[in-house]
Write a protein that binds this ligand. Structure first.
Ligand code: ADE
Length: 226
């Protein structure tokens, strides 16, 4: 998979890909992440990427021209499955969307800033708009990092144990069951006996029950998602 991220603050997006699982996925050649500084697609000395909004009002708007130049150049080099715009008014990211995106070959992610982008960018270039939650960030970069993390870890081979993504919370519209490790008793707090019994079918049954119970109690809404 190849991910091209268009941003005015590339520095914000460096460290997430320089550590841990994402770094390993890149080193293994399972994903390529390319950062594009929007200012490199301007012609003027000021490298202007934003301007006042027509009709007046507070806040700058990202201009269409540098974005067009960047996206058009990328599209001349390869086909893209999606051109995603990170914005608080997009569809809220969930595990189902992450699963779908993890199957794609090439995606572009455009990070919004200021008041957002000129609507014509959204109308003519963007195929999907994603929010990471109902709150406003200073820009789309941290949202893009969250999206990339959620997607990249699902690419086959990225996680050491292939099955571990399958047992994540949300994968079956269920929260994950509780997990424990050694010691079996700490300050009198004990691990549920079933987990040290060695009875694998019973352990599996217990985990399913726990997942159901936690989901019903903590997130009854996700039972209703398709
Ligand atoms: N940009 C600003 N706020 C955002 C959000 N909640 N999700 C995605 N991109 C954003």
């Amino acid at each position: 998979m190849r991910i091209d991220i268009i941003t005015v603050v590339p520095d914000l997006l460096k460290s997430p890909f320089e550590a841990s699982i994402l770094q390993r996925a890149i080193k293994k050649g399972l994903v390529e992440v390319h950062l594009h500084n929007l200012r490199d697609y301007t012609d003027d000395n000021y490298k202007q990427v934003d301007d006042y909004q027509f009709g007046g009002g507070a806040g700058m708007v990202m201009m269409i021209e540098p974005i067009d130049k960047c996206i058009t150049k990328l599209k001349s080099e390869r086909n893209y499955d999606e051109v995603i715009y990170m914005t608080p008014d997009g569809e809220t990211l969930n595990q189902k969307t992450a699963n779908k995106l993890s199957l794609l070959e090439n995606i572009i992610i455009l990070c919004g800033h200021y008041k957002g982008v000129d609507q014509r960018v959204r109308d003519h270039f963007i195929t999907r708009e994603i929010s990471i939650g109902d709150y406003v960030l200073s820009g789309g970069e941290l949202g893009a990092a969250v999206l990339c993390d959620a997607v990249i870890r699902l690419i086959p081979g990225v996680l050491g144990n292939e099955t571990s993504a399958l047992t994540d919370s949300f994968q079956d519209n269920l929260l994950a069951p509780p997990v424990y490790t050694r010691p079996a008793e700490y300050k009198g707090w004990e691990v549920p006996e079933i987990l040290t019994s060695g009875n694998l079918p019973k352990i599996e049954e217990w985990r399913e029950e726990q997942a159901m119970e936690r989901t019903r109690r903590l997130r009854p809404d996700i039972f209703e998602q398709e």
